[in-house]
Write a protein of this length. Structure first.
Length: 329
């Protein structure tokens, strides 16, 4: 009987274990089958596919690995005009649309020709390719990556990226992890060993893409910083101009008063006294004229700075408009 007590519990443990192993085996076979089917479909699509020189250049410039190129090319990416891109990418993004990945349809990239924004198309291409990567992950793989992404997000201090993530969160919280996977992978340095290992499967040198992102973002940053500096200087100069204008106003009133006094004293003053008062009056007029000249010069400088500030604002506006893809009103 003692042997029986030791034996039956073992039977009780082994039966469920076999059942779980069986279920796990079925799941594994299904996953392998799905991935084999996907690989076969990819092979079929790529059999006669030849990327255009522009598309191949984007893959090369972003250091895509063979795996990444397969995910990129299998979606037959195309470079579209603004109008075409708007139609193809509608309702797939909630911010400025520079490209999109539409499952079963492909990857569409908006043409950006402004030389000041070199690198935009490369970063967009890598961003959309990473959407393909994320979509092809298993639920378990996505869960693991999502945890790593959220850990890194807590350390991010870039206000633009935080605002972008918040925009996605406000529009559709379900899209945040997918977007984070593409945003962090193309725009943020030093993601930690686990995530860096993950992205290494798709880029031989991820820092190249981040540098491209930093380059064109730096164009906007430099303009905003210059505009901010000019705004502060204009506020200071405006205050000085107002004080100088008030001083000119007061001096003009004094000159007018002295002129009236001088004219009324002609008959009652000696020649020497009159000449002295005329000399003092002329000195005052000269001082007034110098103040007016200073006010004119400083006003001209102020107006030039306003023109420069407005020019920067227009340049930033033109850059944004070159990227924006909105329906015509």
């Amino acid at each position: 009987m003692r042997v029986s007590r030791q034996y039956y519990p073992c039977l009780f443990v082994m039966k469920p274990l076999k059942r779980y192993l069986g279920i796990a085996s079925i799941i594994a076979v299904v996953i392998i089958g799905i991935r084999f089917t996907q690989d076969l479909e990819d092979w079929s699509k790529l059999l006669h596919y030849q990327p255009s020189p522009e598309i191949a250049r984007l893959a090369t410039n972003t250091t895509m690995t063979d795996t990444a190129r397969r995910f990129f090319y299998v979606n037959q990416p195309t470079i579209e005009t603004k109008k075409s891109s708007l139609n193809l990418c509608k309702s797939t993004e909630h911010t400025i649309v520079l490209g999109c990945y539409v499952p079963r349809k492909g990857i569409f990239l908006q043409a950006v020709t402004d030389q000041r924004l070199q690198g935009v198309m490369e970063v967009t291409a890598a961003h959309e390719m990473l959407h393909v990567v994320y979509q092809r992950m298993s639920l378990l793989e996505q869960t693991q990556i999502n945890q790593q992404l959220q850990t890194v997000l807590k350390k991010i201090q870039n206000p633009r990226i935080l605002k972008l993530v918040q925009t996605y969160n406000n529009q559709d919280a379900r899209s945040v992890d997918n977007e984070l996977h593409s945003i962090l992978g193309t725009e943020v340095r030093n993601l930690g060993s686990e995530l860096e290992g993950h992205y290494r499967k798709y880029f031989t040198d991820r820092s190249t893409i981040v540098s491209l992102s930093e380059h064109y973002e730096g164009v906007f940053t430099a303009l905003r910083d210059k505009a901010k500096t000019l705004t502060a200087q204009l506020e200071t100069r405006k205050s000085v101009l107002e004080q100088l204008a008030e001083q000119v106003k007061q001096e003009a009133a004094s000159v007018d008063s002295d002129r009236s006094s001088l004219q009324s004293s002609i008959a009652n003053s000696s020649q020497s006294d009159y000449n002295f008062r005329v000399s003092s009056f002329n000195d005052r007029v000269n001082n007034y004229n110098q103040l007016v000249s200073r006010l004119r010069d400083q006003t001209d400088t102020y107006n030039q700075m306003v023109t420069e500030h407005n020019s920067i604002a227009l340049e930033e506006k033109s850059l944004v408009e070159s990227l924006e893809n909105k329906p015509a009103k």
